[in-house]
Each structure stands twice: as structure tokens, then as C-alpha cells.
Design a protein. Sequence first.
Length: 129
Amino acid sequence: MTTTLFVYGTLKRGGSNHHHLAGQTLLGLARTAPGFTLFSLGAYPGLVAAPTDAHGVTGELWSVDAACLARLDALEGLAEGLYRRAPIALIHPVARTQPATSPAIAAAETYFYLRDLSGHPHLGARWPV
């Protein structure tokens, strides 16, 4: 079984943690629906819900297997309450690397930051890699 995962920070191609996606399948570039934004947490970003956001967040979609997803959950600190993995709505069209005959992707799993953002700079839609 595979999971479609939206990544927006250090897991993207060129990011410091991208090697954790080795052997997985890039599905394409994507943007979340409006209502989400990024904050800089130093060496990595945090995605949070932002009801007044009109742009969403840009990133990549990956198809990941269960073993990879378990490793990413550990990396993202789910057990420590740093992030939670949950579905996020995507805007169409998703720029695909896979054939156009594959079904449309309307949502994916992603990592939401759970801790206090006081003093952290607001980034908006994009984490530069």
C-alpha cells in the first residue's frame, strides 16, 4: 500500500532531508488549497492552518510506501507531538510527472506543525530549497 504525501520543506528535491524519499515516486508539483501557510522554524518550516490565507502552500507530491511513511513519521516527530500527519486539500491541476491518464489527486497527507509559533517568521507559500 502507498500513501500520497505532500511535502513542502526539507523533504523536497534539493532539501536537506530529501534522501529520506529515496526509492519513492515523485508524482508532481502541487499547491494546497487556500487556508494554509508556512513559518520558518530555523532549519525547517512548519505548515499550519491559516483561515485568512488566500494562496496556499507550494510543494511536491510523492507516493511513499508504508516503510518510508513510518520513517518519515519518526523524522517529523509525531510521537513527540512536533507534527501530526493529516489530509490536506490540493488545488488542481497538479503538475504531474506521471501519465495524464492517472486519476486526479484532490488531497494528500502532509505534516502539520503543532507547537507555538511565537517569534517565528512567517514565510507564506514557499520554503526555498
